[in-house]
Design a protein around this ligand. Sequence first.
Ligand SMILES: *[C@@H]1O[C@H](CO)[C@@H](O)[C@H](O)[C@H]1NC(C)=O
Ligand SMILES: *[C@@H]1O[C@H](CO)[C@@H](O)[C@H](O)[C@H]1NC(C)=O
Length: 339
Amino acid sequence: MAMAFFSRLNFQEGLQTFSVMHWIPTYVVLGLTSTILITYGLVCTKFWILSVLVLAWHAYDWNTYQEGGRRSAWVRNWTLWKYFQKYFPVKLVKTHDLSPKHNYLIANHPHGIFSFGAFINFATEATGFDRIFPNITPYLGTIRWFFWFPILRDYMMSVGVCPVSETTLKYLLSQKHTSNAVVVVVGGGAEALLCHPGASTVFLKHRKGFVKLALQTGAHLVPTYSFGENETYNQETFPEGTWKRFFQKKFQEIFKKHLRLYLCTFHGRGLTRESWGFLPFNHPITTVVGEPLPIPMIQNPDKETVDKYHTLYINALCKLFDEYKIQYGLPQTQKLTII
Ligand SMILES: *[C@@H]1O[C@H](CO)[C@@H](O)[C@H](O)[C@H]1NC(C)=O
Ligand SMILES: *[C@@H]1O[C@H](CO)[C@@H](O)[C@H](O)[C@H]1NC(C)=O
């Protein structure tokens, strides 16, 4: 038993499991400890000057996160992410080149519970983004308030994560020179609630802001779909009328209103593949990057124009889904449902 545990294969698997396990807790720990240490230092110790210095830096550096951040090729290239990628494994598939002469708004679907595909493919070099799309700088958008925490924000900026806000997206897609690609998971956290067996459903019908932004900046729209993203966890759906359902709904409302987070109850595997726990299942995730849809630059696009390009985008996404679904494990009859 001990021999088996220390065999090479198990050691590799252990590293993969660790890399996945450390991920979410690291954000929580960085956010919490930085806040607690700074407050504690300020109020209760004679080292308050250190807290003041950190806060002063935080204030001085405030705008950086909205203007492209401060990325580190080294952090993006950590071996840790390689183990993370091999756990599922995650793959990045290119169908067309992205020319550095344009900026791109890459829309990613579906969100799943944690968007592992989007993170590994666009916020790390584990699948070789830099090699596959040379001279393109990827940014991955996320919830804005994560950047209010000192230290956590620096960690997030180092891999090229940026806030999804109009200021930032406009800045990246117009102020800075071309060859930027901002990835936005259009359905947002709400889409996590749509993972149900037998269905592929994405929130897109009423999400038009990204199309308007592409028109205002002339950024080309790129459809991407992460096959397998929804299979990384199983969601619990409680029957209508149970107290569990009631509390889930109540918590959902509170979290959505104040934090823009969506709660759902889910489970995956435990430390061993057969057990129950909160690690994701080892299910392959393949993110297919479609053909860029050229978008003209229009300062103030009217509703008809936004609708026109929104429809073109939806058609492009459905085409991509239908073209690759069989190759990545879905039945011929599977349709992408857009709500
Ligand atoms: C990442 O590291 C590998 C070697 O481990 C190197 O060949 C590659 O150029 C690096 N990529 C980037 C983008 O720094
Ligand atoms: C994930 O989506 C596929 C179709 O895209 C579906 O067949 C499968 O049942 C879904 N899985 C879960 C857990 O929702």
